[in-house]
Design a protein around this ligand. Structure first.
Ligand code: SAH
Ligand code: SF4
Length: 398
C-alpha cells in the first residue's frame, strides 16, 4: 500500500516505451498504410520512383488506398503496368487481420484484430440514427491502471503503429462495405462518420503514431473525416495535451471521473503525477489552441464512490470557465470488477445538477453490452499477461 504522500508527487506510473522497429511484413515488403504523405514519398523514391514524379505518384496511390480502398497494386489502373509491378515488388497494402467479429443485438459490432507479433486489439463500431462511431485502440493493453477499467488489468504489450491505427478504420469500412464503387452515384452518407480514440490504451502515450494515423484519416483526398469528427480521449497526460491541439487539432475528451484528488488518485492513478488543478490549467488553453469548441469531460458513475450531489456540485465549480460538456458513463461492469454501476435515479440526479449549472450532461447509453463491447470493457481475451489484483490495488492505493 502507498504511504501518505508528504513529498511532491512522484511519478508512480512509468511509461514503458515499447517502440518496436518498423516491422516489415512477410517477404520483407514495407506496408504503405499509415505512412504520412512525406513518408510515402520517401518510400516511393527509395524504391526507384523518379523524384520529379514522386508528388504525382503519392497523390495517385493515396487515392487508390484511402479513397477507393484498393489493396492490390494491379487494380491501380492509372499507373503503368511496369510501375505497378515495381510497387508490388517492394510494398504491400496491409490492414490488421479480423480474427472474430461479433454483432450485438443493438447493431454494435466488435472486431478482434490480429496484428504483427500475434497480438490482438479490439475496435468497436456503434451505429446510431444520425451517425456511426468507430471506437479504435491505440495500444495493446495500457500502462495505466485505472481501477475501474478492464483494459487496465492487462499489461501493456506494445504501442500500435500508425498502420495498425489507420488499419482499424479501413477494416471497419471493409466490413461495412463503405468504399465507393467506381461509376456509382456519390453517396454522401458516411457509415463511419466519427472516430473516437476510446478503445484500448492511452493515445497520448503513443502520440506520434496516433498523430500520423489521424492525419491520414483526416486527409481530404482519402478517408476524409474532419478533425471535428475525431475525438481523442485521455486520462490526462498533461504534457501531450497542448501538442494534441497543435499537431492534431481534434476534439478532446478527458477521463475526469472524480472531483477530489483523493478519489481521482484511486480511480485514475496518473492523477498522482498530474493532479486535478494541473490538468484543469492545461485544459483551459485547449479550445483556443485547437480552435475547437468544447471539451468533453467523461465521468464514470460508480456507486457510492463519486456519484453524490456534492460531487456534482464540485464538478461544475472545478470546470467553471472551460467550454465543456459532461458525458456521464454508467459504469460498465466486467467480471471481477471492484465497483458497481450507480443507480439510475442517482445518475439522473447527478445529471440534473450538472445541467442546471449550464452544461450539457448526456448520459451515455451503454452499447454492445451483450458482447462486452462497451467503454472500458475491451481487453483481448487471449492476452495472458495480467496484472495481479494486488498490483492493481497497490497502484490505485486501494
Ligand atoms: N485511455 C483513454 C481512452 C480509453 S478509455 C482514457 O482513459 O481516456 C475510454 C473511456 O472509457 C474513458 O473515459 C475511460 O475512463 C472509460 N472507461 C474505462 N473503463 C470503463 C468502464 N468499465 N465503464 C465505463 N467507462 C469506462
Ligand atoms: Fe488505460 Fe484509459 Fe483504461 Fe485508464 S481508462 S487503464 S488510461 S485505457
Amino acid at each position: 500500500m502507498t504511504a501518505p504522500n508528504l513529498t511532491p508527487p512522484q511519478a508512480p506510473i512509468t511509461q514503458d516505451v515499447l517502440t518496436i522497429p518498423r516491422k516489415l511484413p512477410e517477404g520483407g515488403k514495407a506496408n504503405l498504410v499509415g505512412l504520412t504523405r512525406d513518408q510515402l514519398r520517401d518510400a516511393l523514391i527509395a524504391a526507384g520512383t523518379p523524384e520529379r514524379q514522386a508528388k504525382m505518384r503519392v497523390g495517385q496511390i493515396w487515392q487508390w488506398i484511402y479513397h477507393w480502398g484498393v489493396r492490390d497494386f494491379a487494380a491501380m489502373t492509372n499507373l503503368a503496368k511496369e510501375y505497378r509491378a515495381l510497387l508490388a515488388e517492394h510494398f504491400v497494402i496491409e490492414v490488421p487481420e479480423v480474427v472474430t467479429r461479433q454483432v450485438s443485438a443493438d447493431g454494435t459490432r466488435k472486431y478482434l484484430l490480429r496484428i504483427a507479433g500475434g497480438h490482438e486489439v479490439e475496435a468497436v463500431y456503434i451505429p446510431e440514427e444520425t451517425r456511426g462511431t468507430l471506437c479504435i485502440s491505440s495500444q495493446v493493453g495500457c500502462t495505466l491502471t485505472c481501477s475501474f477499467c478492464h483494459t487496465g488489468t492487462q499489461k501493456l504489450v506494445r504501442n500500435l503503429t500508425a498502420a495498425e491505427i489507420v488499419g482499424q478504420v479501413m477494416v471497419a469500412r471493409d466490413d461495412l462495405g463503405e468504399w465507393p464503387v467506381p461509376g456509382a452515384p456519390k453517396d454522401e452518407t458516411r457509415l463511419v462518420s466519427n472516430v473516437v480514440l476510446m478503445g484500448m490504451g492511452e493515445p497520448l502515450y503513443n502520440f506520434d503514431n496516433v498523430r500520423d494515423a489521424m492525419k491520414v484519416v483526416m486527409d481530404g483526398e482519402g478517408i476524409s473525416l474532419s478533425r471535428r469528427r475525431i475525438t481523442l480521449s485521455t486520462s490526462g497526460i498533461v504534457p501531450e495535451i497542448a501538442k494534441t491541439a497543435e499537431e492534431i487539432g481534434c476534439l478532446l475528451a478527458i477521463s475526469f471521473h472524480a472531483t477530489t484528488d483523493e478519489v481521482r488518485d484511486r480511480l485514475v492513478p496518473v492523477n498522482k503525477k498530474w493532479n486535478i488543478a494541473t490538468l484543469l490549467d492545461t485544459l483551459r488553453d485547449y479550445p483556443r489552441l485547437s480552435n475547437s469548441e468544447r471539451i468533453t469531460f467523461e465521468y464514470v458513475m460508480l456507486k457510492d464512490v463519486n456519484d453524490s450531489d456534492a460531487d456534482a456540485k464540485r464538478l461544475v465549480k472545478l470546470i467553471a470557465g472551460i467550454p465543456a460538456k459532461i458525458n456521464l458513463i454508467p459504469f460498465n461492469e466486467w467480471p471481477g470488477a471492484p465497483y458497481q454501476r450507480s443507480d439510475w435515479d442517482r445518475i439522473e440526479a447527478f445529471a440534473d445538477i450538472v445541467y442546471k449549472a449550464g452544461y450539457a450532461s448526456p448520459i451515455r447509453t451503454p452499447r454492445g453490452e451483450d458482447i462486452m463491447a462497451a467503454c472500458g470493457q475491451l481487453k483481448s481475451a487471449t492476452e495472458r499477461a495480467r496484472k495481479s489484483r494486488a498490483e492493481i490495488a497497490a497502484e490505485a492505493g486501494l
